[in-house]
Design a protein around this ligand. Structure first.
Ligand code: ADP
Ligand code: MG
Length: 395
């Protein structure tokens, strides 16, 4: 057995200086697939309790031991992953906070399985056991909304939910629900912040509506074959849902609370050399690396900013980070599910995924409830925070 105590990572429960709230970082180990079972030998990864895992990687003399907010072993079910990673997000949405879940990891490690899984109903009509986080989150969200709307009280709350689904492929944004020419990111709109111009928005009334959108969007995702995975996905996909809760009190005063939920299935994090990508695929891999490299740089800058507030965070250097800047060190409760395979042949990629996950653990976000009513203080505070950020970026 590896000598665990000699190299324990101190990241677990570590409190980084300065305020804000940490990014929740989870790791999911998928079961070895048939080929890995046949050729792989002993697995490189093993769990030590619910928060810690040990990785044997050839370039490291000692086993690498890392701790996270939660580690899902290869027997974990979609339901368990939802209970730990998804359920808190539903609560945040209902409370009016923005939230985001990122799935990170090499191609074939289980990102799409975790985020989407089987986007279909079971034969009994409920959720399919393989159904992933996205639909489970929405099913629970609609249940919670129904409860609130049914409840009696002096105020009446009404919810409106709309969704969009986009893809970032070769640093170009396309609408997965209304395919067409590449779209542009816009900033400067006081109310909307950063948004994608002309992205289609679809109102949804229940989880079935969401399922239809996911199925339609997933069919449109760019897929290219590489040696690592026949249907390897070379793009980032972002499923965004806007929840508007309008409250009308007896006094006649109305306020609207808007929260956004982003579910992000990142492109494979593997280096190009290993997947055997050539030609067109190499161009793809380079720009995938660009977005992911910038994501890594943004995370480093955010961590550095805790010590030196004037540090420039290069959000605008990639589409991914520009679009998702609120989720990275901003007004959002953010989680990362880092996906890894237990296979020895992937130990180096798994190490790189774990290091990314450890980096993400150090980001602090500042989530506030997005509420707006006549001269609402919070709206002013938010606008103020946005301007302060803009100014610090210009410096
Ligand atoms: P990625 O999106 O990271 O490239 P996928 O989610 O497509 O990877 O997973 C690759 C393959 O492994 C798929 O066939 C998927 O169904 C399977 N898989 C991934 N994670 C699990 C899991 N936790 N349990 C069972 N099968 C899984
Ligand atoms: Mg995928």
């Amino acid at each position: 057995a590896p000598s665990v105590s000699s190299c324990v990572d101190d990241a677990s429960g570590e409190e980084v200086a300065s305020g804000g709230e940490g990014v929740r970082v989870m790791v999911r180990v998928r079961p070895p697939n048939r080929r890995e079972q046949r050729e792989g030998g002993a697995p490189a990864l093993s769990l030590v309790g619910p928060r810690t895992l040990v990785l044997t990687e050839p370039s490291r003399l000692e086993p690498v031991v890392k701790s996270y907010d939660h580690v899902f072993g290869c027997e974990s079910t979609q339901e368990e992953v939802y209970a730990v990673a998804g359920a808190p997000v539903v609560e945040h949405c209902m409370a009016g906070f923005n939230s985001s879940i990122f799935a990170y990891g090499q191609t074939g490690a289980g990102k799409t399985h975790t985020m989407m899984g089987e986007a279909c109903a079971s034969e009994a009509g409920g959720l399919h056991p393989d159904c992933g986080l996205t639909l489970r989150v929405f099913a629970a969200l609609f249940r919670a909304i129904e409860d609130v709307e049914r409840g009696e009280g002096p105020q009446t709350l009404r919810y409106r939910i709309s969704c969009s689904f986009l893809e970032i492929y070769n640093e170009e944004i396309t609408d997965l629900l209304a395919p067409g020419p590449a779209l542009q990111i816009r900033d400067g709109d006081v109310k909307r912040g950063v948004y994608v111009q002309d992205l289609s928005e679809h109102n949804v009334l229940n989880a079935d509506d969401v399922m239809v959108l996911i199925q339609r969007g997933s069919e449109n995702r760019h897929i290219a074959a590489t040696r690592m995975n026949e249907r390897s996905s070379r793009s980032h996909s972002v499923f965004t849902c806007t929840i508007e809760a309008t409250e009308r009190a007896d006094t006649g005063i109305t306020s609207t609370r808007t929260s956004k939920l982003n579910l992000i299935d990142l492109a494979g994090s593997e280096r190009v050399g290993r997947s055997g990508a050539r030609g067109d695929q190499l161009t793809e891999a380079r720009s995938i690396n660009k977005s992911l490299t910038v994501l890594g740089r943004v995370i480093s800058a955010l961590v550095e900013r805790q010590k030196r507030p004037a540090v420039h965070v290069p959000y605008r250097d990639s589409r991914l980070t520009f679009l998702l800047q609120e989720s990275l060190g901003g007004n959002s409760k953010t989680s990362v599910v880092a996906c890894v395979t237990p296979a020895a042949e992937s130990a180096t990629e798994s190490l790189s995924t774990l290091l990314f996950a450890s980096g993400a653990k150090k980001i602090r976000n500042r989530a506030v409830v997005n509420e707006e009513s006549g001269g609402d203080l919070r709206a002013l505070q938010q606008e103020n925070a946005r301007l302060v950020r803009l100014v610090s970026e210009l410096q």
